[in-house]
Design a protein around this ligand. Sequence first.
Ligand code: SAM
Ligand code: DTB
Ligand code: SF4
Length: 342
Amino acid sequence: MTPLDPATPRHDWTRAEVAALFDLPFTDLVFRAAAVHRRWFDPAEIQLSQLLSIKTGGCAENCGYCSQSAHFDTGLKASKLMDPQAVIADAQRAKAAGAGRFCMGAAWRDLKDRDLPKLAEMISGVKALGLETCATLGMLREDQAVALREAGLDYYNHNLDTSPEYYASVVTTRTYDDRLQTLSHVRAAGMKTCCGGIVGMGETRADRVGLLHALATLPEHPDSLPVNGLVPIAGTPLQDSAPVDGIEFVRTIAVARLVCPQAMVRIAAGREGMSRELQALCFTAGANSIFVGAQLLTTPLPGEDEDSRLLRDLGLRPMPVDAEPAARAPASEPERAPIYAS
Ligand code: SAM
Ligand code: DTB
Ligand code: SF4
């Protein structure tokens, strides 16, 4: 197998190489991922992010997993874009509860220019609190991405969700190329990308390989890589999807850490249904970020009490807010262990 040298993140992964990582004996895979994790990050630190749905429901897209699509009857009540001051107040509470990043999500197919002034006000207000800012607002043009960055937006979340081949089985109102185009506008605007996917949508192992291959061969790796476990939503086409086995979820996390070594790898949706032990395995395999608070966008999270008990029991600390990726990389060459070449 190709040497896994974490000092030089690669963009030329082949699908066969990514598949071979998934196929490793579990103990070997987790060990390698944990070694790469240590190379770039303090493994005792977990980034805590908080999400807020700033515009809920009524979305024109037909993503088969989503509670917020207007195409499905999920019983969700749609609402208008929130008032910036209410968003900033929520971010203030998130910060007081220990979050370091605040992510604002809107159920939009694409961003409309008329909403930019309100968005700029909330982004700059959240940034002024000393939080990292992230938003997920659907498709963007490059000039819109520039406007968001100028307002103080650090990260833009836009997921590829699954392999290019499986994508059209999940959503038909947009294409994989549409997603790639928005990601390229975000990068061109000088913003960091948050881009990952979902497991448990009926995809195969080959699709999970395809997703991670797509992410690892982007012109720049995602700075943040959320791995969502599908939260099945009644009324959506994927409501009866069988959950992915926990071991396979951990393998996905570990391979994400290996192919995008400098990314913040996040256990995103689906954490509520996971045991503490499974989450601990994910952290061992290289996950170093979670969403905290009572809920994601429309679905619940374990909550503050359970999360602080978990982190305490595992001896893990919240990642400092100002620890930018460049600052997190070791300043000097740490010892290179022979396990990197096999
Ligand atoms: N409308 C924007 C978009 O789709 O890019 C932003 C919001 S969307 C809800 C953000 C991401 O949440 C999706 O790309 C998907 O990965 C994830 N997601 C949404 N519903 C989910 C569910 N039921 N289970 C797991 N992940 C989900
Ligand atoms: C991501 O990959 N997961 C988050 C965030 N980016 C925006 C959203 C998860 C949403 C889960 C379903 C819900 O709460 O509606
Ligand atoms: Fe809309 Fe995003 Fe939900 Fe798709 S995932 S239906 S784009 S809110």
